[in-house]
Design a protein around this ligand. Structure first.
Ligand code: UDX
Length: 438
């Protein structure tokens, strides 16, 4: 099989499919990425992936190329995993790269091929791509487009790809070979008990965006309740524990704090709203506007709380922001709440030091004007306020006494509700947390 697009999704999919025993060729237009992968280097941080990559390169089951001619000859099964970022100046998804793949690849194909789309796309895209492929395909050849959405989480990408909690396949109406082929590709997972759900393409496209919209809604729900807790003096973490015991609700994704970011949730809910608008059904998803707004308000709240803790004025105040990645175990800073807070504090005049165990290079690229340090200790030195913005284990494990020796003032905002309040207070810290009155 081939895997087209070797970003987060594609590189992981390619390496993990080889791990499952398939012969895989990954392709990308970015030769820097391809050279790195051929060399056994993963161009982003993902625990476990470098091992899977090198093991399968060495075993000869995995290779990478920039050459579409080779892709066309190599296999009859292709996975499409290129990016669908938010379009500039609108909420919609930018499908340029998806269409480019069909335009570049399909005219080269001979024989019968199946392209399984994995990228997150607006509902209706697979059918449009099928029409385009039918126009471009050579006489005597055939191309079927099916959709096979990807649900991997950054930080758990290998595990989520090798043992997914479900496999979803969208197949076109009428004659289709996609199910049979997908059953072969995923035979090991299916034999291991992974649910395999076959449906039409539009439903499969909707499954992916609905899942992400639901997760975003769950986080914003608890963060909205956090806003109320802050007014009345409640504790949102105890509340989440209490409602989470109801297994219809569940405790997962009720982590109140700085809210969601990353390359998926924010752009996916916006693209879903944009698509609903195009379909004449904006009302169905207007609530996602609120979900987005609640999420963004959490970032403002941390900036406001920081100002209050700095006697109403951030100018020249030394603030340490712990974390730059959008979540722990990742070096991804796309739409990162941590970096957004650090940036806002800096733009309000504070002297900001940022430290993150893995995301420093990416953060520097996106926000070059912030202060970056080489160690957490250096970042904390002389701080008047500490903001814990990404819950890396290293930050959870910080010793309040040790940190207390480094800072100028023992004041901290726990933006992720992960610190042991009693321990920090016992060490003389003024600890503030989102959704709680301490
Ligand atoms: C998400 C989906 O989980 C995954 O299925 C999909 O394929 C891609 O998008 P990911 O972006 O890797 O995955 O991150 P996820 O673990 O879902 O976290 C998203 C954001 O929500 C992070 O910023 C995280 O900090 C935040 N979050 C998560 C909370 O604020 N509270 C929670 O309780 C859980």
């Amino acid at each position: 099989m081939t895997v087209i697009g070797t970003g987060y999704l594609g590189a992981t999919h390619a390496a993990c499919m080889a791990e499952l025993g398939h012969e895989v060729l990954g392709v990308d237009v970015d030769s820097v990425k391809i050279d790195a992968l051929k060399d056994g280097r993963v161009p982003f941080y993902e625990p476990g992936l470098p091992d899977v990559l090198t093991r399968n390169l060495e075993a000869g089951r995995l290779d990478f190329t920039t050459d579409y001619e080779r892709v066309a000859e190599f296999a009859n099964v292709h996975f499409l995993g290129v990016g669908t970022p938010q379009e500039r100046g609108s909420y919609a998804a930018d499908l340029t790269y998806v269409y480019a793949v069909i335009r570049d690849l399909v005219p080269l194909l001979e024989g019968d091929h199946i392209i399984f789309g994995k990228s997150t796309v607006p509902v209706g895209t697979a059918d449009e791509l099928q029409k385009l492929a039918d126009e471009l395909v050579r006489p005597g050849a055939s191309v079927e487009i099916a959709w096979n959405p990807e649900f991997l989480r950054e930080g758990y990408a290998v595990q989520d790809t090798i043992t997914p909690d479900r496999i979803v396949l969208g197949v076109r109406r009428g004659e289709s070979r996609a199910e049979e082929t997908a059953r072969e590709v995923y035979a090991k997972s299916i034999a291991g008990g992974t649910p395999f759900l076959v449906m039409d393409t539009v439903t499969s496209e909707l499954v992916k965006v609905s899942a992400n919209a639901f997760l975003a809604t769950k986080i914003s729900f608890i963060n909205a309740v956090a806003e109320i807790c802050e007014i009345v003096g409640g504790d949102v973490t105890r509340l989440a524990d209490a409602i989470g015991y109801d297994d219809r609700i569940g405790r997962k994704f009720l982590g109140a704090g700085l809210g969601f970011g990353g390359g998926c949730l924010p752009k996916d809910i916006r693209a879903f709203m944009a698509r609903a608008g195009e379909l004449g059904a904006d009302q169905a998803l207007t609530f996602l506007r609120e979900v987005d707004a609640i999420n963004m308000r959490r970032r403002d709240r941390v900036v406001q709380l920081s100002r209050e803790l700095c006697d109403g004025n951030l100018l020249g105040r030394r603030i340490t922001v712990l974390g730059a990645a959008f979540k722990p175990n990742s070096d991804d800073v796309r739409d990162s709440p941590a970096l957004s807070v650090a940036g806002s504090l800096s733009l309000a005049g504070a002297d900001v030091s940022v430290y993150d165990p893995k995301a420093m290079d990416n953060a520097r690229r996106v926000f070059p004007t912030l202060g970056y340090t080489d160690s957490v200790e250096e970042a904390l030195e002389g701080a008047e306020l500490v903001v814990l913005a990404t819950e890396w284990q290293q930050f959870r494990d910080l010793d309040p006494e040790m940190v207390g020796e480094l800072v100028q003032r023992r004041t901290i905002i726990d933006g992720r509700n992960v610190l042991d309040v009693d321990k920090w207070q016992a060490a003389g810290w003024n600890l503030q947390a989102l959704g709680r009155t301490l």
